[in-house]
Design a protein around this ligand. Structure first.
Ligand code: FAD
Length: 223
């Protein structure tokens, strides 16, 4: 794909450290739900700083949306996104990604690892095919949960939020453990979708192995 420059139409915080960025969609731009784009900022000094971000809009929409957790301490691209405003530009490089929907199953996300699943779940919802798909969403605090209300509206009772650093009534508390997974992922589950930071992915993959979930049924991407 040739590089394409897109204008930011809308940029706002949706949690204390997560931005929603809506841009133009170039003519002929296609992707499948769950894919990511290599993105850089069209400003002097930033053009070659390319980072991967999932598309959180759905393929049919006339705009593109990104949901991006910012890391001010890295002094990298996500920190610089905090300076951007409507009318500034991003450069889209290639589209790629390991995650695509392969059928009903359990989505397990840690923090910003929810982003490829947002597009997939919105896409299924738009086609009325969410069915009994389930989401396990792990975060440090309740304030960190991205799009909590929307995900609840899409998945109804099939969302389980688990929070590591706080004890909040109505939410599971702690880190994902083998016994926690056992109560939410049935052995006959045909598809597990996993996305999150490396330590979380490693732990959950080990736990899924212990539960005899077939490795071939796991679709994953590390953030
Ligand atoms: C396929 C894919 C899709 C993704 N999609 C999304 C998405 O949709 N939304 C999202 O939020 N994230 C997503 N990510 C993660 C996202 O790409 C990274 O968070 C992003 O690249 C971070 O860029 P950065 O320049 O801000 O920081 P980095 O590139 O991580 O770091 C910049 C520099 O900061 C320094 N640094 C690194 N770690 C630390 C640290 N702990 N403390 C201090 N300094 C440090 C290093 O010198 C580094 O070179 C995705 C990742 C992948 C692989």
């Amino acid at each position: 794909m040739a590089q394409q420059i897109v204008k930011i139409r809308y940029i706002t915080h949706i949690t204390h450290d997560v931005l929603e960025i809506v841009t133009d969609k170039p003519e002929g731009f296609t992707f499948t739900a769950g894919q990511a784009v290599a993105v850089s900022i069209n400003k002097i000094g930033w053009v070659n700083e390319v980072r991967p971000f999932s598309l959180t809009s759905i393929p049919e929409q006339y705009f593109l949306e990104f949901i991006i957790k910012v890391y001010p301490l890295h002094k990298g691209v996500t920190n610089h996104l905090l300076q951007l405003k409507e009318g500034d530009e991003l450069i889209l490089h290639n589209t790629f990604g390991a995650i695509s929907y392969k059928g009903k199953g359990v989505f397990i996300a840690g923090g910003a690892g929810i982003t490829p699943f947002i597009s997939i779940l919105r896409d299924l919802h738009s086609r009325k095919e969410v069915d009994s798909n389930k989401l396990i969403f792990a975060n440090k605090t309740k304030e960190d949960i991205i799009l909590e209300a929307e995900l609840k509206a899409i998945l109804k009772h099939n969302v389980v939020n688990i929070i590591a650093d706080e004890n909040v009534k109505g939410y599971a508390q702690g880190l994902i453990s083998e016994s926690f997974l056992k109560s939410h992922v049935s052995q006959s589950c045909k598809n597990v979708y996993l996305c999150g930071p490396p330590q979380m992915m490693e732990a959950v993959e080990g736990q899924l192995r212990q539960l005899n979930i077939d490795e071939k049924s796991i679709t994953k991407e590390e953030f």
